[in-house]
Design a protein around this ligand. Structure first.
Ligand SMILES: Cc1cc2nc3c(=O)[nH]c(=O)nc-3n(C[C@H](O)[C@H](O)[C@H](O)COP(=O)(O)OP(=O)(O)OC[C@H]3O[C@@H](n4cnc5c(N)ncnc54)[C@H](O)[C@@H]3O)c2cc1C
Length: 355
């Protein structure tokens, strides 16, 4: 069934997978992919790109599993995509039942090591803490992945980069879009995948009732060679991880920053002193020798929902505009499942309008 003409606004990992899904599932549709920048240059560009099968709710676990299968199939079909399987050790005080609920098939290590090797140093395993192996982890160069997928879509999708959407007006007949170029477009449906740009004038009022907020995300780089045999270490109780980015030749340390309500157009200006202090304080509890080596990194932000589950919502009474995002710092991990739900919502509203 054709969905008519669908404009996907936002060419990050979510918008790109939405466009791809429409092309594959509803090939008679016409698809536009609009981005004010180049595709893959928003939060997706700064992503650590770590995927591992986890979810604190049943829904997110399902989404995570769906996404895992999607990425595995993509890799099998196109071995050149920049997705890299990685071994993963998880360190936590949490009990067996809790970890088994959150992670898919974690395996507890019986040898109870006092430390793990990561980044050429020892990462302490504190007393009464256990170590688990978590199968199925991988990480991606998310920007390159988006670019590769969009280049495949170009023959079938009207990709418009450097084109900002400045107005979004749904009515019973369709959706009118105003563009920064002065052009106006009339489309049947819109999937809005704006990443952290929730406050864009074209949709700020429609998106505000969703209650999503934008949080800064910071990851430090550690200049130590990383290769394919290195394992990621997840510090579950800290919501932090050490990741060997073999394709970039260094390690990354991600910790949880609590700076809220930031502006994506102003946040990406480099690390602040307090970013480095917070990262060092967290890593220092496990690997003091690594903490002092955290001097560079990446800073950006992402949209977070109040439920900490991705938001898929109709933004108008007819369901012509669907919001897809607020992925809570897990937008790479969950993008395939978010895209599937977004297209399902559009599909349902098309079927509803035919009745
Ligand atoms: C430092 C960092 C580390 C991260 N690590 C991980 C990780 O390890 N694992 C994980 O799963 N997730 C991680 N994330 C989160 C993940 O990167 C995001 O959730 C994901 O990239 C969001 O994708 P998106 O498509 O929603 O948004 P984006 O990639 O931001 O795409 C949105 C697009 O919308 C466009 N846009 C905005 N306004 C307009 C407009 N008016 N008109 C047209 N286009 C517009 C932007 O230009 C942008 O390209 C991390 C994020 C950061 C910042």
């Amino acid at each position: 069934m054709s969905l008519g003409t669908v404009a996907v606004i936002g060419g990050g990992i979510i918008g790109c997978l939405v466009a791809r899904r429409i092309v594959h599932e509803h090939p008679a549709s016409t698809v536009l992919l609009l981005d004010r920048d180049q595709v893959g240059c928003g939060a997706s560009r700064r992503s650590a790109g770590l995927h591992f099968p986890r979810g604190t709710t049943e829904r997110v676990r399902r989404m995570s599993e769906y996404s895992q299968e999607f990425y595995e199939k993509l890799r099998a079909e196109r071995p050149a995509v920049p997705i890299h399987p990685v071994g993963m050790s998880l360190v936590s005080r949490a009990d067996h039942d809790e970890l088994e609920r959150i992670y898919a098939r974690p395996v507890r290590r019986d040898d109870a090591p006092a430390a793990l090797d990561a980044c050429g140093a020892e990462v302490r395993v504190p007393p009464s803490t256990s170590v688990w192996d978590v199968p199925g982890a991988q990480y991606a160069d998310v920007q390159r992945l988006v670019q590769a997928l969009v280049s495949e879509l170009r023959p079938r999708v009207d990709v418009r980069e450097g084109v900002r959407v400045t107005a979004l007006e749904p009515d019973e007949g369709g959706v009118r879009l105003g563009l920064g170029t002065g052009e106006r477009l009339a489309v049947d449906r819109v999937v809005l995948a704006p990443g952290p740009w929730l406050g864009e004038p074209a949709w700020a009022e429609r998106v505000a009732p969703l209650g999503a907020r934008v949080k800064r995300i910071v990851a430090l780089h550690i200049e130590h060679p990383a290769d394919e045999k290195d394992r990621a270490v997840v510090l579950h109780d800290e919501d932090a991880f050490l990741l060997p980015l073999a394709y970039r030749g260094h390690w990354l340390f991600s910790y949880t920053c609590q700076d809220w309500d930031v502006d994506p157009d102003r946040v990406g200006v480099g690390l602040a002193a307090h970013d480095v202090e917070q990262a060092r304080a967290c890593l220092g509890r496990y690997a003091p020798s690594l903490a002092s080596r955290c001097t560079t990194g990446r800073v950006f932000c992402d949209a977070y929902s109040t439920s900490r589950q991705p938001l898929l919502r109709r933004l108008d009474p007819d369901g012509r505009v669907v919001f897809a995002g607020a992925a809570n710092g897990s937008g790479y991990r969950l993008a395939p499942a978010i895209a599937a739900e977004a297209v399902q919502l559009i599909d349902q509203s098309v079927k509803g309008s035919l009745r």
